[in-house]
Design a protein around this ligand. Structure first.
Ligand code: ARG
Ligand code: MN
Ligand code: MN
Ligand code: MN
Length: 313
């Protein structure tokens, strides 16, 4: 099988430096070698961690309350083209972030490719402590990593071409084909959006009640057989015990095994067309002696391997 890999060293969707160092950390811990040698993928990768320096503007004032709007827009537009180029060839696409704003690029790229190749609308499984569905006006932080789903679904609109106005219908996803798993820190304005749009969402409460096995049955049942799936995995879905090195940790999250299980179930569908792994920040060190960063990188690698077919037996 062919795997397109895009390494995105970008942190402008939020305010803490260091999440741009994640792709290098994941790759130097052996992730891509394992995918090639143990899981047998043919890799398509330019051996570059993109920082998109050439795209970053000298000045980038807030716009509609958004921070770094020009930078995030330019980087995600370029990333959208990179992901599209892989996906239109029928490759599974793995994007290593970077903060979660990069999903504006990855999901728009696969959504467009799946439309062109298969004439289908793809589904998105968003595994996260957060819903990242704030509109610019509804956001308390102004960080675009809390807004990608709003832009991708058309809930947030902007006509300025240089501030996400490049997102066209072909890039968009339907809120009816979106499923959240792992939620536990959802802003008030976001809860209104979830309710008004009847968005399918499994919180940690649902996982406690039903168990992760039943939750995955319900999530995949909702999407339906044979629908292409983009898996966007925010490492902060995991409990900080397992993934402490992330910008917005929230207690009470998934165990490592629950995270891997989600990824394994998505793999088992045979329908995964792309995966993002985001918000690993190896420079944030709550633990002693690098343990936190090392463990978080290891957890991230495990999630990716599970989604790409590593099995226990
Ligand atoms: N809801 C908060 C915000 O809008 C937090 C978002 C955290 N997002 C993330 N990708 N970690 O800023
Ligand atoms: Mn590349
Ligand atoms: Mn999150
Ligand atoms: Mn997120």
């Amino acid at each position: 099988d062919q795997l397109g890999v895009v390494a995105v060293g970008f942190s402008g969707g939020q305010c803490k430096p260091g999440v741009d160092a994640a792709p290098s950390a994941l790759i130097s811990s052996g992730l891509l070698t394992q995918l090639q040698e143990e899981l047998g993928y043919k890799l398509f990768h330019d051996d570059t961690v993109h920082s998109y320096k050439e795209l970053l503007p000298a000045s980038d004032p807030d716009y509609r309350g958004m921070k770094n709007p020009l930078a995030v827009s330019a980087v995600t537009k370029k990333l959208s083209e990179q992901v599209y180029a892989h996906a239109k060839e029928g490759r599974t696409v793995l994007t290593l972030g970077g903060d979660h704003s990069i999903a504006i690029g990855t999901i728009s790229g696969t959504a467009k490719a799946i439309r062109k190749r298969l004439g289908r609308e793809m589904a998105v499984i968003w595994v996260d402590a957060h819903t990242d569905i704030n509109t610019p006006e509804g956001s308390g932080s102004g960080n675009v990593h809390g807004m990608p789903v709003a832009f991708l679904s058309g809930l947030a609109k902007e006509s300025r071409e240089d501030i996400f106005g490049w997102l066209k219908d072909e890039h968009m996803i339907s809120l009816k084909k979106l499923v959240y798993i792992g939620l536990r820190d959802v802003d008030r304005a976001e809860k209104v959006i979830l309710r008004e749009n009847k968005i399918k969402a499994f919180s940690m409460h649902d996982i406690d009640r039903h168990g992760i096995g039943r939750v995955m049955e319900m999530a995949l049942g909702y999407i339906g057989n044979d629908t292409p799936i983009h898996l966007s995995f925010d490492v902060d879905a995991l409990d900080p015990t397992y993934a402490p090195s992330t910008g917005t940790p929230v207690r009470g999250g998934l165990t490592l095994r629950e995270g891997d299980f989600i990824a394994e179930c998505v793999h088992e569908t045979g329908c995964m067309v792309a995966m993002d792994l985001v918000e690993v920040n190896p420079t944030l060190e709550p633990g002693l002696n690098d343990i936190g960063a090392h463990e978080t990188v290891r957890a991230g690698c495990s999630l990716v391997r599970c989604a790409l077919g590593e099995s226990l037996l």
